[in-house]
Design a protein around this ligand. Sequence first.
Ligand code: ADP
Ligand code: ADP
Length: 230
Amino acid sequence: KDPIIKIEHVYKYFGSFLALEDICLDVYEQEKIVIIGPSGSGKSTLLRTINQLETVSSGKIIVDGVEVTNPKVDMTKVRMRVGMVFQNFNLFPHKTVLENLTLAPIKLKKMKKEEAEEIAYSLLEKVGIKDKAHSYPGQLSGGQQQRVAIARALAMNPKIMLFDEPTSALDPEMIGEVLDVMKNLAKDGMTMVVVTHEMGFAKEVADRVVFMDHGKIIEIGTPEHFFKNP
Ligand code: ADP
Ligand code: ADP
């Protein structure tokens, strides 16, 4: 079976600074990839090239059969199939939780409001914050906001979910509730690429761990390989 994400010899320069060097990675459907490595090693940049929030300098990325690195490709269609969750939630502050979840399905998928709301409520239930549907993001804790952000990404019914340090901006007591939502998503069979410093999550959930340093993939292996006891 073809990989759902195919990254071929990707290079990324910021000016003369080489942020990604000859990155090759295939991700298969339902696979959970966790990317680890020191700060500044290119993890976030790599993740962002998958849905082209960051362009590549050279190389090729194919997502669900579409070459996203081809500038002629309409990225809105691809982004609908790829959900992304950021460190800082990126919710619309002046929209309610419910509106945050229904906006894109109504606008981009031409979904009826009633249907979008029905889906939104079921997703909010799934992430454990149905009672916050009519709150604004600013009225929620960080952990709750991040769960809204995950539900919002899921509202587009994506095939792939990208997570860029989803717990790094959270107080320690809220990290668990977000990781639990991510673990449930993994159990549901979602294809996931996760940049995180949470090694417990990597150990428990990852099919493969990718270790990056200085813009390069240094090693790819199973969690057992990375976290073996000495
Ligand atoms: P990580 O996610 O591993 O912390 P990043 O992918 O965010 O690393 O960044 C990799 C390197 O690229 C860092 O040195 C960072 O400063 C640099 N970088 C990231 N984005 C930009 C940008 N837009 N312009 C210039 N340099 C950038
Ligand atoms: P992260 O590691 O979570 O990506 P950063 O602080 O490295 O967070 O980057 C935050 C934003 O700033 C990103 O959009 C990144 O592209 C941009 N950025 C990072 N480093 C640089 C840089 N040296 N010059 C310009 N923009 C940068």
